[in-house]
Ligand binder design. Structure first.
Ligand code: 17E
Ligand code: FE2
Length: 415
């Protein structure tokens, strides 16, 4: 396979990329524009980028919005209640059907690497078993990581610790947590120490729903980061959401950031989800309830963006388009500075890859697996401006998706 007339991130020139045996074998700058031929894919000056990474999605709950009841208040807590009504109705087939449909949406929008949280506060672990099967079924096409996510708590749910351990035995890759939802602060603290100890014992990664609440007193992030630092496993640990950080005072945040940098943990922000769920207990002015993405980037912390929900009890919209999530973060986090836009795609590509610890499979470099997408636009700024479609997605040399650019058939021409 050969790609001609492609742009690469951070470079003005046109490139030809050669792929052999599923790997990049040659990446060379062109003298000028090459004529299309039958053997080559003509990128037409568009960007050849590393694939999108979806580092935080709930595939078990996707496409269940309104079943059996709608979330009327729009709060996280009502979402958890509505989901608790849907959970007893789950079957493996139901989970598999919805998860595969959702994965198709993500793939159609350039995603090749996914981390899904799966609720394990279910004595039968129905959703977990279904997703372990899906991971196996699609493994040649897509990288899927499964987080054992204790939606109703580790210490606050009957046999919570046992279910987490069972989920690891059944094949979960990542250990989750939800300290801000545990009954007490003490349970929250204990759960974070327990999660890190389990990660040390099992060698698994960690990704905690951490401080997803507009309570400036929710400070489990410092507990998680300290435990990760002391265990020396920070790079394998992720704090998702951290929306309480929006409500922390700046003096505390300044002290906290020193620890976060030392710990080397990763961050996931879900700006569309947080803007929708957070701020619900405020009058005006209302907090946006999004973690400090701009400040994290400036401090050199690893932060990436995710969609979190696709049409579930927490969030009725969602369509697999990470460019929409990025657009939302750019607005809500004041990140429209040129310096922030020129490498803006990092937030939905490289930073997510680092969070998932998949960097050896990731990167447009000779010898690496040929995993890439072609985006409408010649650089990060143009791609973000256009909000266009993914034209091609290739995984290890195999075409996952090809799409023709949309074309206006009749319409105004003014110049
Ligand atoms: N569960 C949770 O605790 N938080 C979320 N944002 C979602 C599920 C989607
Ligand atoms: Fe989540």
């Amino acid at each position: 396979m050969k790609i001609i007339n492609a742009r690469l991130r951070g470079d003005e020139q046109l490139f030809t990329l050669q792929i052999e045996a599923g790997k990049f074998s040659r990446i060379s700058p062109q003298e000028g524009i090459l004529f299309s031929d039958l053997e080559s894919y003509d990128a037409n000056g568009n960007l050849c980028s590393v694939p999108f990474v979806e580092p935080h999605i709930h595939l078990d709950a996707a496409l269940t919005a309104g079943e059996p009841n709608w979330n009327i208040s729009g709060t996280l807590f009502e979402g958890i209640e509505r989901w608790a009504e849907r959970k007893p109705l789950l079957t493996e087939e139901d989970v598999q059907t919805r998860a595969l449909k959702t994965i198709e949406l993500l793939v159609a929008n350039g995603v090749q690497f996914i981390r899904t949280h799966v609720d394990v506060t279910d004595p039968n672990l129905v959703a977990l078993k279904a997703l372990v099967k899906i991971r196996e079924q699609i493994k040649d096409k897509l990288h899927l990581q499964i987080v054992a996510f204790p939606q109703e708590g580790i210490l606050s749910y009957p046999n919570g610790k046992g279910l987490m351990e069972q989920a690891i035995k059944e094949g979960a890759d990542v250990i989750g947590g939800i300290p801000h939802f545990e009954f007490t602060r003490e349970y929250g603290v204990e759960s974070m120490r327990w999660v890190i100890e389990l990660a040390q014992k099992t060698g698994k990664l960690v990704d905690v729903h951490c401080d997803e609440i507009d309570d400036g007193a929710a400070r489990f992030l410092e507990v998680l980061a300290t435990a990760a630092l002391e265990a020396g496993i920070g790079e394998r640990v992720t704090a998702s959401h951290t929306t309480a950080m929006h409500s922390y005072n700046n003096a505390y945040c300044s002290k906290l950031f020193r620890l976060l940098k030392m710990s080397k943990i990763n961050f996931v922000s879900c700006p569309t989800e947080s803007m929708h769920l957070q701020g619900r207990f405020d009058g005006y002015p209302k907090v946006r309830g999004i973690t400090r993405v701009k400040e994290m980037r400036e401090a050199g912390l690893n932060v990436c963006l995710a969609e979190d929900s696709i049409q579930d009890p927490w969030y009725t919209l969602g369509n697999g388009k990470l460019l929409r999530v990025l657009d939302s973060a750019i607005h809500s986090c004041h990140m429209m500075g040129y310096n922030e836009l020129e490498n803006g795609l990092d937030l939905i590509t490289n930073n997510g890859a680092r969070t998932l610890q998949i960097e050896e499979q990731y990167g447009i470099e000779i010898g690496k697996p040929a995993n890439f997408i072609i985006l409408e636009g010649g650089n990060d700024l143009e791609v973000i401006q256009k909000q266009g479609e993914v034209l091609l997605s290739v995984k290890e040399g195999n075409v996952l998706l090809e799409r023709k650019p949309a074309e206006i058939l009749t319409g105004p021409v003014f110049g």
